[in-house]
Design a binder for this molecule. Structure first.
Ligand code: SF4
Length: 357
């Protein structure tokens, strides 16, 4: 399989050109323009390059490493759209386009967020997650991570200006591909999305956290906590047995010292599992220790899983406990509930359908 030009840095393209004849340096900028700005899908469209160079590139690289296969629109009024892409080896990956309904202060906002996947499937097996149910297939390449953003950009008239790595997979289990992708995405001469508009979410991958903190791209961090004690967390997140809170919390404190960015703790509220008011108290003390804010997410039903969403009144009580301790907290209802917009759900449905056929 040929590598995609999308995963190549300016230096890598320059190096390729040096090894393939006497090509002037300005060709690198022309090639990057065709790939990132004009977003061509065929080397023949690179009209200002000599035909021999176009052939040379076509013989060694591909352009788009994925093809959008299906699109689902939410009927809930949120305009959330989820698309499923086929990779060159036939694997499927999903991404979600989420327009902001309102901006700060209640004004209309044109901001568009893309939820990006980092792996096909996931090895981490969180009990409430559709991606975890399918197991791990493979890491996405740098180009496949970036390809989702360009595909989304082609599907929407607005500009994608926020990225959240909260799709399929544990991003920090794929730092070899994720970190180069972050450097390309934030490069002002390429996509130029500001690092502070990028959030990487992790289930608590401690070695990956340390690499991300020191990679030089100051992204924001969201931690899927979903349990405020080892006992509760290990029940629903097997990763906690490998990196329990005694290891995760010091790594997050180290993150605070290195980046000075406020961490977000994500907490899905699942009825009878992690929604006791004792857990709320423990969560408040963890958030206080980490100087973190908390996102509470009432559970989004996943086909084939037994968990349910707590009542609205109970969610409010849980939230109130955090507010008493002056923890910044937001209650988030996932957008696109009707299009299986929780991570991995659309791909899970497709795999089940294919299995049933
Ligand atoms: S929640 Fe994230 S880390 Fe856990 S199984 Fe799902 S994709 Fe993997």
């Amino acid at each position: 399989m040929k590598p995609s030009l999308l995963g190549c840095t300016r230096e890598q393209i320059a190096d390729f050109l040096r090894r393939h004849g006497d090509v002037p340096a300005f060709r690198v900028t022309q090639i990057l323009d065709w790939v990132w700005k004009k977003r061509v899908t065929d080397f023949e469209q690179m009209s200002n390059l000599p035909p021999a160079l176009r052939d040379e590139l076509a013989g060694n690289f591909c352009l788009r490493p994925l093809e959008v296969q299906e699109m689902h629109h939410s009927q809930s009024g949120s305009h959330t759209r989820k698309f499923l892409s086929r990779l060159t080896d036939g694997e499927l990956v999903e991404s979600v386009i989420i327009p902001a309904a309102v901006g700060r202060g209640g004004a209309h906002s044109d901001r568009i967020t893309l939820c990006v996947s980092s792996q096909v499937g996931c090895a981490f097996g969180c009990r409430f997650c559709a991606s975890g149910m399918l197991g791990f297939r493979r890491n996405l390449s740098t180009a496949e991570i970036i390809g989702q953003i360009l595909a989304a950009q082609d599907l929407t008239p607005g500009r994608i200006d926020n990225l959240v790595f909260m799709g399929m997979g544990e991003p920090l289990a794929n730092t070899d591909q994720l970190l180069p992708a972050l450097r390309l995405i934030t490069d002002p001469s390429l996509l130029g999305i500001g690092a502070r508009h990028i959030t990487v979410s992790t289930s608590g991958h401690v070695p990956g956290l340390r690499l991300l903190a020191s990679c030089g791209v100051p992204v924001r961090l969201a931690v899927s906590l979903h349990g405020a004690s080892d006992e509760v967390r290990s029940q629903i997140m097997p990763v906690n047995r490998k990196w329990p809170l005694a290891q995760l919390l010091p790594a997050l404190e180290q993150w605070n010292r290195t980046t000075k960015h406020m961490i977000t703790l994500e907490y899905i509220l699942i009825s009878g599992v992690n929604d006791s008011l004792d857990q709320a108290e423990l969560l408040a003390s963890l958030a206080h220790r980490l100087n973190a804010k908390v996102n509470l997410i009432p559970y989004n039903t996943v086909q084939g899983l037994p968990w349910t969403r707590p009542s609205e009144a109970h969610c409010r009580d849980f939230c109130h406990r955090l507010l008493i301790h002056k923890i910044p907290v937001t209650m988030r209802y996932e957008k696109g509930h009707d299009i299986n917009a929780a991570c991995g759900q659309l791909r899970l449905r497709r795999s089940t359908e294919q299995h049933d056929e």
